[in-house]
Design a protein around this ligand. Structure first.
Ligand code: 2RA
Length: 329
């Protein structure tokens, strides 16, 4: 496969290369793509050096697959140009996610929707992916009614500038600010931009994307997204109300048997998921599973995953693997 990685110099882009190598994705030619200011930089992949090229050059090379992590504006402008030359685009930005003509894919849930005609495929938001990985098997058996999510999101979700701000503040160094406020020893209830309805864009992703991925608009979602000074991954406190009565031990069994999900839930040994231990892993970790004593048919759980891996790069590579395995590219 001739594979372009667009946004190769960013945090997700570098994790993308790592995951492609780890999973031994069969690449005959890697095309590292970045903005004009990075053209010519050298990128090492699988023991070989590759020169970064610009977007127009990459389009003219017509790769089989282009995995984008370069922001929504770049994707809106350039994904269609790649598609026109026959490239299948897997995009990590929010640009195409809610477009009714585009598929929003978590391979373990809805990869079977994909066809040869899908030339621009949307990768869901990181906090959405880890959420639906846990919700999907439970929804199938107990039919969700309403989901309340509070997220505790790593600074790595914002990018290099935010990680640097946190590290500077930890060392008492002043520097560029990725956020309006200090993040060290703080929690900022403001991920992405505010909308007219008082939610942030990040929160509305958690309201809308799960309905599309699980193909069920009858389930109501609400969310509060908070940035906290961690570097390992995103955490979510999730409350789910089901239509049907459930047994907590059956919830644990279902999650334990779900590919891509690891249950870490033993209060006797203080076992529960934490971002520090989810870092650089591909599974979605679920713990603190317990009945919500305040209302019938309701459950609380805690979900943690590495937002750069299953939340972005690994999910995108898994989509590419599915496309190749099913001869859709
Ligand atoms: C964040 N999910 O964490 C968003 C974008 N990566 O900021």
């Amino acid at each position: 496969m001739r594979v372009a990685v667009v946004g190769v110099t960013g945090m997700v882009g570098s994790v993308m290369l790592k995951v492609l190598k780890e999973r031994n994705f069969k690449i005959t030619e890697l095309i590292p793509v970045a903005s004009e200011r990075s053209v010519g930089k050298q990128v090492e992949y699988d023991g070989k050096e590759y020169s970064v090229v610009g977007l127009q050059t990459a389009v003219e090379m017509a790769p089989d697959i282009a995995i984008f992590s370069a922001g929504g504006d770049t994707s809106l402008e350039w994904a269609p140009k790649f598609a026109e030359v026959g490239t299948t685009v897997i995009d990590n930005s929010s640009a195409w996610r809610m477009d009714p003509t585009k598929k929003l894919i978590v391979p373990e849930i809805n990869a079977s929707e994909l066809t040869k005609e899908d030339k621009i495929i949307a990768n869901p938001n990181c906090s959405t992916i880890q959420l639906v990985m846990a919700l999907n098997p439970l929804h199938k058996k107990y039919q969700m009614k309403r989901v309340v999510i509070s997220t505790y999101q790593s600074v790595s979700g914002t990018g290099v500038k935010a990680v640097q701000q946190m590290e500077n503040e930890m060392q008492g160094i002043s520097g560029d600010m990725a956020y309006h406020y200090p993040i060290h020893r703080n929690a900022i209830p403001h991920c992405d931009v505010f909308l007219e309805n008082g939610y942030t864009k990040e929160e509305m992703k958690l309201v809308r994307e799960p309905q599309k991925i699980l193909n069920d608009k009858t389930v109501a979602y609400t969310a509060t997204a908070v940035r906290i000074p961690t570097a390992g991954g995103h955490s979510e406190a999730v409350n789910v109300e089901f239509e049907k009565e459930f047994d907590v031990s059956d919830i644990r069994r279902i999650l334990s048997e779900t590919d891509g999900v690891t249950v870490q839930d033993n209060l006797d040994t203080n076992t529960y998921p934490m971002p520090m231990y989810a870092h650089d892993k591909d599974d979605v970790f679920v713990g603190r599973i317990r009945r919500d004593l305040s209302q019938p048919n309701s459950l609380n759980m805690w979900i943690v995953a590495d937002n750069l891996r299953k939340g972005a790069a690994t999910n995108a590579v898994q989509i590419a693997e599915y496309l190749v395995a099913n001869k859709l590219v």
